[in-house]
Design a protein around this ligand. Structure first.
Ligand code: PLP
Length: 368
């Protein structure tokens, strides 16, 4: 099960998964890790983040992301998200100017994509190093370019309910030979085990071998065995998600209590989850909506309620600019989050839409 147990890279399921995923993404290197958090932590180390440095990241994301910055003993500065839950390029520009930060760890939370042209302009203007958190952004494109290929490093999760899923696991991708060499070593390759990877430069490996610590963050063979067949299924799964998302959207988007902000036209999304804002409901009514949906067998959450780990106000371990993030608060307060697993049929989706409408009608009746 250990990735370096097989005699050669040709025999290693992990090496072969890395090779296939790199090809799928159109990049030179993929390195398997034991989580996306590990991939992001390794990335921060590789780009030279030091204790006390500022790292820019999303105010709206999962707490694993600021946690990784804290793990590197750096200081996260949170950037506002917009109505469609993606990073606001203007706030990024403002905070890059204010802090002089050199690294942006940008998360495409729930697959929401900011205006990448505007983001990349800010990245260039401030000379930021961009690391992309693509845990929720497999097979997602901006102007036909895959997310994960915009920055120096892209990081993916293969934990539960991810598009590639194996219970745990992560993937680090890059076009940079030296970043790849360091990632292999940080993940925990020692002696000459790096020879059981594809596409590494022997001279580089010999030079870096004893300079980089090993953090034991390797992917294991069983994980890779589960993941490899899922790569070629991604396009089929995406089609199911997109069809289901569009159907659900068509059935509920014009309900007076529902607002579904649409992605920008440049985005080709994966659509494995749906988010919508509840409008015209009180806090109690919104909470009641979630309770009733759960009772009906359709569990949902509201990002900005009930100690949700996607609400930055819960991240007490970071001292960030929390008071000023009014946009993000407004955009998560009534934001419902619905997982749409690929086994759902169009009939299931119709029933879900009906239940959502019935529950909202019931809540409306109770209010009168
Ligand atoms: C947006 C986002 N980024 C990163 C992670 C971390 O992934 P992992 O659990 O593989 O470390 C998660 C986990 O769900 C996530 O939701």
């Amino acid at each position: 099960m250990y990735r370096y147990q097989p005699k050669s890279k040709e025999d290693s399921l992990t090496a072969s998964f890395e090779h296939d995923f790199a090809q799928y993404m159109g990049v030179k290197h993929a390195v398997g890790t034991n989580s996306c958090g590990s991939a992001m932590f390794i990335a921060l180390n590789i780009v030279g983040v030091q204790p006390g440095d500022t790292v820019l990241t999303n105010a709206f994301t999962f707490h694993a992301v600021p946690s990784v910055i804290e793990h590197a003993r750096a200081v996260p500065v949170l950037i506002e998200s917009n109505r469609e839950w993606a990073m606001d390029p203007n706030d990024l520009d403002k905070k890059a100017t204010e802090t002089g930060a050199k690294v942006l760890l940008m998360s495409y939370m729930r697959g929401h994509v900011p205006d990448m042209d505007a983001i990349m302009k800010v990245v260039e203007k401030h000379g930021l190093i961009l690391i992309e958190d693509c845990a929720h952004a497999y097979a997602t494109l901006w102007n036909n370019k895959l997310l994960g290929t915009f920055g120096e490093i892209g990081c993916f999760s293969t934990q539960s309910s991810k598009a590639l899923s194996a219970g745990e696991g992560g993937i680090f991708i890059t076009d940079n030979d030296e970043h790849a060499a360091r990632a292999v070593l940080y993940a925990g390759s020692y002696e000459r085990l790096w020879m059981k990877h594809y596409d590494l430069d022997a001279g580089l490996m010999d030079r870096l071998q004893n300079q980089v610590p090993g953090y034991s963050m390797r992917m294991q063979e069983v994980t890779a065995a589960m993941l490899t067949p899922q790569i070629e299924r991604l396009s089929t799964i995406k089609k199911i998600h997109v069809d289901n998302w569009e159907l659900l959207h068509s059935l509920i988007h014009d309900h007076p209590n529902i607002e579904i902000p649409m992605p920008l036209p440049e985005v080709d999304p994966f659509c494995d989850t749906m988010q919508f804002h509840l409008v015209g409901l009180s806090r109690d009514e919104a909470d009641r909506f979630i309770d009733l949906m759960k009772q009906e067998g359709i569990p949902m959450q509201i990002f900005g309620a009930r100690r949700n780990a996607r609400d930055f106000r819960q991240w007490e371990y970071i001292k960030a600019h929390q008071d000023e993030l009014n946009e993000t608060i407004a955009n998560i307060e009534f934001a419902c989050d619905l997982s749409m697993q690929p086994h759902l049929t169009q009939e299931n989706i119709r029933i879900m839409a009906q239940v959502i409408q019935d529950v909202l009608t019931y809540i409306g009746e109770q209010a009168h």
